[in-house]
Ligand binder design. Structure first.
Ligand code: 6PG
Length: 484
């Protein structure tokens, strides 16, 4: 083991499970980095040292030695399971670090926890950076997309290090200083919400094609592979094709047919929706994706309801035309999911005073992360052309794309309803689109109802002020502008 009393490492990693060890190896592989490592149990540290002598890790058995092995300002990246464990590691590091040092939390922390931690750590003079890191195990090793928050001072030190390990898209590293305190984890949360929507939409597309056309998973894998060479090109479409092509060695059946159909979730999708509810932002595509996972994971209810009546399935008349309709419906619904996700970023930035550049977020999602897609270039272009864009779906490229897709989208949602195939994300995205483009919504009636039972008042389309109808009196309208 290297002598840990000399400060030879410019960056350290705490927590050496898969993500932590892959990030440590990624860091070590880049010119100019010497990486210190520390794990709660030394056994795992030793394993990593044995497996990867080429990394030249500086290993420590104690957190004191770990701190001593880092050059100043000391920079440590925490990669432990988000939650109470993160607080414990932060406390440990704070006890051995000094003002000016930097602690980065690279886990999937809830952004409000990051705001709290940043505030508490800042009081010690130490910088705390919550950084969203996306890309799974492979991304961590070869180049993730990184979304750091925290202070501008910390970014000056960690920026070059993070740029050295991030994925590169169109010649640019997939990392940017997102904003202060919890901004990085907030944007990572939205990334995950969009990831949920994207995955659910793809799953619905698969299900519709399978039930509608009777194609096998392997045949549908070919369709996804083909889609991956067009405007839908993305990591999630690519891996979908691979999952659908996989045969189960035990039974010889398609693997997708032997996997239990109950989707898990670690919580980031639910956080995106909970936060959106607080901010008043309709992220219906993401919400349906979260709820679809919840519904799938209710085996007792599903068993009890499995005999309930449904329509007689109608086989599609023209298979190729239907598959193309599903492709276009998927693209349109995906545009809505991103548009809603970016709306939440805008609202979060306003609420928490973050100067988030939407175009930069689209840029750093172009490579490394789970939602990486060709499509992100179009989002980058849309925000470059109009940084104040009020809704992504109103940018010319996306308006055209939806115009091109909408007949297909409507046919697919109608076919799904007629055949009783659940397509919550497809149909709610279409309903959102129709709601958004409506010149007049039945919200007027809702206002009337609210005024009737609760004297909640309403505004008129033709006069300024606030009004109330005396519903239980003579039903004349009064000016309620001065009422509470
Ligand atoms: C990523 C992923 C990663 C992980 C999430 C989602 O960006 O690399 O989003 O963070 O896959 O934990 O997991 P769940 O689907 O279990 O919520």
């Amino acid at each position: 083991m290297t002598d840990t009393t000399t400060a030879t490492a410019n960056i350290g990693v705490v927590g050496l499970a898969v993500m932590g060890s892959n990030l440590a190896r990624n860091l070590a592989s880049r010119e100019g980095n010497t990486v210190a490592i520390y794990n709660r149990s030394y056994g795992r540290t030793q394993e990593l040292l044995d497996e990867h002598p080429e990394a030249g890790f500086v290993a420590s058995k104690t957190v004191e030695d770990f701190a001593a092995s880092l050059s100043k300002p000391r920079t440590a990246l925490i990669m432990v399971k988000a939650g109470a464990g993160t607080d414990a590691v932060i406390d440990q590091l704070v006890s051995v670090f000094e003002p000016g040092d930097i602690i980065i939390d690279g886990g999937n922390a809830l952004f409000t926890d990051t705001i709290r931690r940043e505030k508490a750590v800042r009081e010690t003079g130490i910088n705390f950076v919550g950084a969203g890191i996306s890309g799974g195990e492979e991304g961590a090793l070869l180049g993730p997309s990184i979304m750091p928050g925290g202070s501008a001072e910390a970014w000056e030190t960690i920026g070059p290090i993070l740029k050295s390990i991030a994925a590169v898209a169109e010649g640019e590293p997939c990392v940017t200083h997102v904003g202060t305190d919890g901004a990085g984890h907030f944007v990572k949360m939205i990334h995950n919400g969009i990831e949920y929507a994207d995955m659910q939409l793809i799953a619905e597309a698969y299900d519709l094609i399978r039930h509608g056309t009777g194609k096998t998973p392997a045949e549908i894998a070919d369709i996804f592979a083909e889609w991956n060479s067009g405007e839908l090109e993305s990591y999630l479409i690519e891996i979908t094709s691979e999952v659908l092509r996989q045969t189960d060695a035990k039974t010889g059946k398609p693997l997708v047919d032997v996997i239990l159909d109950q989707a898990g979730a670690k919580g980031t999708g639910a956080w995106t929706v909970q936060t959106a509810l607080d901010l008043g932002i309709p992220v219906s595509g993401i919400a349906e994706a979260v709820f679809a996972r919840s519904l799938s994971s209710k085996p007792e209810q599903r068993a009890a309801a499995s005999g309930l009546p449904g329509p007689k399935p109608t086989p599609v008349a023209d298979t190729d035309a239907f598959v193309e309709d599903v492709r276009l419906a998927l693209y349109a619904s995906k545009i809505i999911a991103y548009s809603q996700g970016f709306d939440e970023i805008v609202a979060g930035a306003a609420e928490y005073n973050w100067d988030i550049h939407k175009g930069d977020i689209a840029k750093i999602w172009r490579g490394g992360c789970i939602i990486r897609a060709q499509f992100l270039n179009r989002i980058t272009e849309a925000y470059a052309a109009d940084p104040g864009l009020v809704a992504l779906v109103t940018a010319p490229y996306f308006t055209d794309a939806v115009a091109r897709a909408q007949d297909s989208w409507r046919r697919v949602v109608a076919a799904a309803a007629a055949s009783g195939i659940p397509s919550p994300a497809f149909s709610s995205s279409l309903a959102y689109y129709d709601g958004l483009r409506s010149k007049r919504l039945p919200a007027a009636l809702v206002q009337g109802q609210r005024d009737f039972f609760g004297a909640h008042n309403y505004q008129r389309v033709d006069l300024p002020g606030t009004f109330h109808t005396l519903w239980s009196g003579d039903r004349t309208e009064i000016d309620a502008s001065d009422a509470h």
